[in-house]
Design a protein around this ligand. Structure first.
Ligand SMILES: [Zn+2]
Length: 469
């Protein structure tokens, strides 16, 4: 772990947002973009092919072809810099559960995601960029709390306790963030990861013992924790809650705030492809981190949309990662750039994001009692499954789930089905649902998208929410 890169990046991110003008911020972006493109052209086959003809000192980014997850996976070995592990090596590494939290060849952070397309993707970040992205992310999340009066409340004797309630089993990006534990432990913080796939009772007990000052999770999972807190089983009093990886509904946010009245709530817009794309300031506005990435909101044809208009998708360029330069990478989120100044004064544009929204399922146990099952733990069950390319999980009728999968060429279809059934049955057994849920798995040629836009509803319910839940 590069401590200097982490701290340097955190300090830089704070300084720029407090001191820089818009012009200065744009200059940082332009400089970093030019350096990224030079690097990509010199060190990756894909960069040479796509950027060879361009003047990279004054580049018009719209002349660079965009890239999708599918294309990136197909051309993975051309997308990474020379000396970076191949797709075969990364797949083998991420398939090994005992390697979670480790770096491949002591140098590369590997993450898998299903993201907004239902397709599993593989991403590699070099450890220097990883440290810098995380440093900036922490600085931007905790932005106005990183002042002496706040920081001095804590010491190596009285540490700031951070809790990450995330998917701990796989090479999931949020789990990888919590691998900063060894680094933070040297300072004034401790960080612990709490598994969202464990039975909720176990997680609640551990959180009660840990009593976090800071709690991070997915909005749907935090909404469930909020309900458990309101019912009395969970008894924690965090002063800061950060939410990410999913859109936050107004109801979820209100429930979380009611359950944790002393907590300041901050939303993060990030993806495996680029961890800190935008963060919320204390005025509740989401600021794009234009010094860490380039975000281009575009329409269905890839043309830029004007300020104030919601985009169909967004192209992201990660300005720091050198192991696998991601340039104009397509994400299926709708981003609107808002033309409104924020009282916080940061020279970072205010945006609104509508991402993929997955449903929480309300399933009845064998006594007919309803429990809430947020989407992310289900999504984890689809990860690192050989032969599986895309999936969709639908709550068709009360306690009847239907999985649709697309398998890759040459996949052992029977083995994919058997593995999925086994993983789901194990999850049900651990979460009050043994013998309570009907589960079908079908293999289909393609998954249907919604009529509007390109968004795939990946985990969704056709069942109305029970009145009691
Ligand atoms: Zn602001």
């Amino acid at each position: 772990m590069s401590l200097m890169a982490f701290l340097g990046s955190a300090a830089g991110a704070l300084y720029r947002e407090r001191r820089y003008s818009e012009a200065q911020m744009q200059a940082v972006q332009a400089r970093r973009l030019s350096a990224l493109l030079q690097h990509a052209r010199a060190h990756t086959a894909l960069g040479e092919e796509r950027l060879g003809h361009l003047d990279l000192d004054a580049v018009d980014l719209t002349r660079v072809p965009t890239i999708t997850k599918q294309l990136l996976t197909e051309r993975f070995d051309h997308s990474v810099a020379h000396g970076v592990p191949s797709l075969a090596e990364v797949m083998a590494f991420t398939a090994a559960r005992d390697q979670v939290g480790h770096q491949l060849k002591d140098e590369f952070i590997c993450a898998t995601t299903s993201g907004t397309t239902g397709r599993v993707g593989y991403f590699v970040t070099d450890k220097r960029a990883w440290a810098a992205l995380n440093g900036a992310l922490f600085a931007r999340i905790l932005r106005h709390r990183l002042i002496p009066r706040e920081v001095l409340r804590f010491s190596p004797m009285r540490r700031y306790r951070m809790a990450m309630a995330v998917a701990t089993g796989g090479h999931f990006i949020t789990r990888l963030v919590s691998t900063f534990q060894p680094l933070l432990a040297r300072g004034m913080m401790t960080m612990e990861a709490f598994s969202i796939t464990e039975p909720i009772e176990a997680t609640v007990e551990k959180l009660n013992r840990y009593q976090p000052h800071y709690l991070h999770s997915y909005p749907t999972y935090l909404e469930m924790l909020a309900r458990v807190q309101l019912e009395g089983a969970l008894q924690i009093d965090p002063e800061f809650i950060s939410l990410g990886s999913e859109p936050v509904s107004a109801l979820a946010r209100a429930t979380i705030q009611r359950a944790f009245p002393n907590a300041e709530i901050s939303e993060t817009y990030g993806a495996t492809e680029c961890l800190p794309m935008a963060n919320q300031c204390r005025h509740g506005r989401l600021h794009a981190n234009t010094d860490l990435c380039v975000l281009e909101p575009v329409d269905a044809d890839g043309q830029p949309v004007p300020v104030g208009v919601p985009s169909e998708k967004v192209l992201v360029t990660n300005l720091l990662n050198r192991a696998q330069p991601l340039i104009r990478y397509e994400l299926m989120d709708s981003v609107t750039v808002l033309d409104e100044p924020c009282p916080c004064g940061a020279a970072l544009p205010v945006i609104r994001v509508e991402g993929r929204s997955d449903d929480t399922f309300f399933l009845a146990d064998h006594e007919g009692r309803f429990h809430a099952y947020p989407p992310v733990p289900f999504e984890v069950l689809f990860l690192d499954l050989r032969g599986l390319e895309q999936y969709q999980l639908v709550h068709e009728a009360q306690n009847h789930l239907h999985i649709r999968v697309v398998t890759g060429p040459g996949a052992d279809v029977a083995a994919v089905k058997a593995e999925l059934l086994q993983r789901f049955r194990r999850y049900f057994a651990q979460n009050h649902l043994a013998e309570c849920v009907r589960l079908d798995v079908s293999v289909v040629p393609t998954l249907e998208r919604e009529a509007t836009g390109h968004k795939l509803r990946q985990v969704f319910s056709k069942v109305p929410r029970p009145v009691a839940a």
